[in-house]
Design a protein around this ligand. Structure first.
Ligand SMILES: NC(=O)c1ccc[n+]([C@@H]2O[C@H](COP(=O)([O-])OP(=O)(O)OC[C@H]3O[C@@H](n4cnc5c(N)ncnc54)[C@H](O)[C@@H]3O)[C@@H](O)[C@H]2O)c1
Ligand SMILES: O=C(O)C[C@H](O)C(=O)O
Ligand SMILES: [Mg+2]
Length: 473
């Protein structure tokens, strides 16, 4: 690992300590002085003058792990045997695997799950293609498809480097929604090739979750696939994010006592997530949204090559405000960041309206760190799991696909997204609601079920359900 500057992570140092030269307390104080917090100690080996120990050390974002390892190496009587990063250990060999549902224990089993008997099942599907839903994994399986072009806020890091995120999404699909999925990272960033590849793999899947595909290509890819496939196609960075953001905003506004129609919202980063968040807010009744990208505020009258930005300019920013983020943030009630880490300052938040709401959702580094503004912002949220109020699409995609698969929806439409947002927002009661708890945790077991139920009902109401689950018949 070239870069040792990790964020809020933990490492394990295996040290050989000569106990006749230095005692453990001295080692611990050197590590502490270098910024490390020892949270666990395992004795690996011990003899009269020597002990080998694994020290699990957590460090905050600002701590350079290199300083800790250098300090350890400089101690007389201490040898650094090995450094392991627990995050990397969790990724060894990948994070998911496939498992047969039944064991193949004898020749009879073999002939049923495989040739010759499997042929009868193949022919049943051939005669009635819909049976793919009852006789294959299609019923419960989603493809998580990326081209690696906008991976978190890391940018265009390509399909190999995107895999850990997509494997992670697959884990979350299964654990939180009971949805099976495969991570599929395509070695192309050509719109037509991506569309063709997804169409070609679609027979195995009951839904397609597009992930981390940069704008503006993501819009055409999703639009075309939605038209050309008969299973739900959902670009998570657009709609998953928008659903969770809207849910969080409903609750945050209750806390500050402002109404959705009266607020000024600045959205920073007018890409996949920024455009979708703005669209859901427009349909929820927000009148004054100003989008800011690298070139400043998006305003009608400016010329944009990107047709989505042109659309955006025509549907937002009613006063046609121009300027940088620094300038347009003045007087804003809500900041929504889906751009890049560290681009908002405390001073900017100081120029917002009374009781500012700051949703700094860039991953893994938010637009501003909560600790910088906790005394001046009324409500703060990030996309990360290590701060309160995690606004992350993980709260949406397992539940919304659970619902869509259960009613075999042909698409995930606006009604289903709004139903999901309302289910998330209402998971927090009026009594529970407070500035550090505007959005439920992903570990809140009621949330996925609530989203699923509301999404199924919305799909039935809007006519896209192709199967009515028993409880609604
Ligand atoms: N919390 C969540 O659930 C969630 C969901 C989706 C995306 N995100 C985060 O939002 C960010 C964008 O993701 P995306 O999928 O929309 O990517 P994208 O590539 O489609 O869009 C990013 C946009 O941000 C703009 N941008 C970059 N740096 C900027 C800056 N300094 N000032 C203004 N604009 C800037 C880019 O020009 C681009 O238009 C990423 O950091 C991602 O991790 C968070
Ligand atoms: O992957 C996440 O944590 C959220 C989102 O999909 C992102 O791209 O940042
Ligand atoms: Mg993403």
């Amino acid at each position: 690992m070239g870069n040792t500057r990790l964020g809020g992570k933990s490492i394990i140092l295996r040290l050989e300590i000569q106990t006749d030269m230095i005692n453990f307390g001295q080692v611990a104080s050197v590590i502490f002085a270098a910024g490390g917090d020892i949270v666990a100690i395992d004795v690996i080996q011990t003899s009269r003058n020597m002990t080998v120990r694994d020290l699990t050390i957590t460090v905050t974002d600002s701590v350079d792990i290199g300083i800790i390892t250098e300090a350890v190496k400089n101690m007389e009587g201490v040898r650094l045997i090995n450094i392991s990063d627990r995050t990397f250990l969790l990724h060894l060999g990948g994070k998911i695997e496939t498992q047969p549902k039944t064991p193949i224990q004898n020749r009879d089993d073999l002939s049923r799950v495989y040739t010759p008997d499997v042929a009868r099942v193949c022919m049943a599907i051939h005669e009635e293609p819909d049976k793919a839903y009852s006789l294959t994994v299609k019923r419960n399986t989603v493809a998580v498809v990326s081209d690696g072009s906008a991976v978190l806020g890391l940018g265009n890091i390509g399909p190999y480097a995107a895999m850990p995120v997509m494997e992670g999404k697959s884990m979350l699909f299964k654990q939180f929604g009971g949805v099976d999925s495969f991570p599929i990272c395509l070695n192309t960033q050509d719109t037509e090739e991506i569309i063709a590849a997804v169409k070609a793999i679609a027979p195995a899947f009951g839904g397609i979750n597009l992930e981390d595909i940069s704008s503006p290509r993501c819009f055409e890819i999703e639009e075309r696939l939605r038209k050309e496939l008969d299973i739900p196609v959902f670009h998570d960075d657009q709609h998953g994010t928008a659903v969770v953001l809207y849910a969080a905003l409903i609750n945050a506004l209750k806390l500050v006592g402002k109404s959705i129609g009266s607020i000024k919202v600045v959205v920073c980063g007018i890409g996949a997530a920024g455009i979708a968040c703005s669209k859901i807010l427009l349909s929820a009744g927000v009148k004054n949204i100003i989008g800011v990208d690298k070139m400043g505020a998006i305003a009608a009258g400016n010329q944009y090559e990107n047709r989505m930005l042109q659309w955006y300019a025509e549907h937002t920013n009613p006063e046609r405000v121009q300027g940088t983020l620094r300038e347009v943030i003045h007087g804003a009630d809500v900041f929504i960041g889906v751009s890049a880490g560290g681009i908002l300052s405390r001073e900017d938040v100081g120029h917002m309206a009374d009781q500012p709401i700051v949703f700094a959702m860039a991953n893994p580094v938010p637009e501003i760190r909560p600790e910088e503004i906790e005394d001046i912002a009324a409500v703060i949220a990030t996309g990360r799991s290590d701060y309160p109020n995690q606004i992350n699409n993980v709260l949406c995609f397992p539940g919304i696909f659970r619902g869509a698969l259960d009613c075999r929806a042909s698409e995930i439409n606006e009604e289903m997204k709004l139903a999901a947002a309302e289910a998330i927002a209402s998971a927090i009661s009026e009594e529970e609601l407070n500035p550090l708890y505007i959005i439920p945790s992903v570990f809140n077991q009621q949330v996925v079920k609530a989203i699923r139920d509301k999404v199924v009902q919305a799909a039935i109401r809007s006519g896209v359900a192709r199967r009515i689950p028993r409880e609604y018949r």
